[in-house]
Design a protein around this ligand. Sequence first.
Ligand code: SF4
Length: 374
Amino acid sequence: MALLEKLQTLGNAASWDSCGGVKQKSMKKAGIPASYSSFIYDCANSSEPCRLMKVLQSNSCIHDCRYCVNNKCGSKAELAPIELAKSFNSLERAGHVEGLFLSSAVTGEADRTAEKMIESARLLRQRFRFHGYIHLKALPTMSKHLIFEMASLANRLSLNLEAVDKEHWQELGSTKDYRRDLQQRLLWLDEAKRRGKLTSFTTQLILGAAGENDLDVLEKMRWMYENTKLHRTYFSAFQPIKGTALEKQQAEKALREYQLYQSDWLLRIYGFKLKEIKLGLNEQNKFGNARDIKMAIAANNPNQFPVDVNCATKEELLRVPGIGPVGAERVLKIRQQGKFRELKQLRKAGVITRRAQGFIQLDGLRQSKLGYFC
Ligand code: SF4
């Protein structure tokens, strides 16, 4: 197989991984040949470089994950470490990419595959003197010392748990033990981070393939954020792929992914407790059709409102729909100069007043004209 074809095959195979980028939309504008679109991705996260080469080292796998195309169909391809490193180096020198996201199927023993990934990264760091962003995917069943070796070369590692627990994992595959092969490896990433050997690590959960509800996902996230130094969780709404064991299963709605990203944000950045987020769930422990999770939580928690913006704490402000961390900080700062008396002052501070006004009190008056409780 020609090199370009390999890169295209392995780039397409990497597209199911949410950690690290979304499909490149503006290839032409950026002067990148259209034939590279399957392995160059825009980064969705501003804390990372904005354009990544995103590929698998190999797409031939010994595991039997029922949602995945790599264990059965499609053409098989593998990049030798030197091919991968040279390809990246050319793309980087041409200004087409700024970072690398490298994952792999497990072609035999996980350690042999991991060693090829490590060799690719080592060539980039040492022979091609690339000092930019490298994200490596840790593999299920790989050895601890290789995880630490990956950590020494990468800016970020990730390990996809895919399911919330052992019971749900059993719906997705039979060759990996959830606790030993997946969760234990995540804990080794955590150990590398705590020992100062790793900058950050992430994970991904597949939504809708194993029958978990949103409370299951929230509880898993809470456990990970309380017990590990996990940077963030990515979600992948399940999409059936022809030729896989789950090809007839219904696709998960993109809305669910969106709802859980909002919940993740509320847990990690806004400091919401799980019991507060649970107020947004329905009887099936799902968010249903809610598009705005914070609004759904607030609407189901009337005793907490209205919040008086002139004396509320930061925590109280952050619970008001339309007030984010930046807006809350600005409100606190401006308040030192004097009271807020009108909505337009709040608007200037960055508050989205059309969302906030049903939940706040301003200068002694409840702003309930368009609110939820009038
Ligand atoms: S480990 Fe599972 S998800 Fe990963 S490539 Fe192999 S079959 Fe696919």
